[in-house]
Unconditional design. Structure first.
Length: 167
């Protein structure tokens, strides 16, 4: 749907420019490449890794403990008295529930923080794009397109501007 609207918008701009006799200046930026190459994105990724490193290590430790408990239970359950086996199974189930809860919370918190960081990056990227558009008198700059000629691709210029603001 967006692609159709984009195509119609470009066609309308071309018709308008043709009828007025003016030239429409169009640009394109590859948002995915900007997010991959922008220094702010790398900085945010490192920040999140550092922020969530301890919890990730705790989950790995808990996972190993869970696996060890399960292996021990499977290996020794036949020789255990019934009451001890039930106690060990209950401990395993509680540990498993705790692990799954912590894992779910970790993923939710990580997703929330990633979204917050990405919103800040998008805000900065959009400011840079708007600055380039105003300075170079672009009529329209697209962030998504099925095809864009290299001649109108402003991605490198945006990444360079982002790198300069990151210093």
């Amino acid at each position: 749907m967006n692609k159709i609207l984009t195509s119609l918008l470009v066609a309308a701009c071309m018709l308008w420019a043709g009828s007025v006799g003016a030239e429409v200046k169009i640009g394109f930026v590859n948002s995915q490449r900007i997010l991959n190459d922008a220094p702010q994105a790398a900085k945010a990724k490192k920040k999140l890794e550092k922020e969530f490193e301890k919890r990730d290590q705790e989950l790995v430790k808990l996972s190993k403990q869970l696996q060890t408990t399960q292996e021990s239970l499977e290996k020794n359950s036949v020789a255990m008295p019934e009451s001890e086996r039930r106690t060990k199974e209950r401990e395993f189930n509680e540990l498993n529930r705790d692990f799954l809860r912590k894992q779910r919370e970790f993923k939710e918190d990580l997703n929330l923080r990633q979204n917050e960081e990405m919103a800040a990056i998008y805000e900065r990227v959009n400011k840079v794009i708007k600055g380039i558009a105003e300075a170079e008198k672009y009529d329209i700059i697209f962030q998504e397109a099925v095809y864009a000629n290299q001649r109108i691709d402003l991605t490198d210029k945006v990444i360079k501007a982002l790198a300069e603001t990151a210093k």
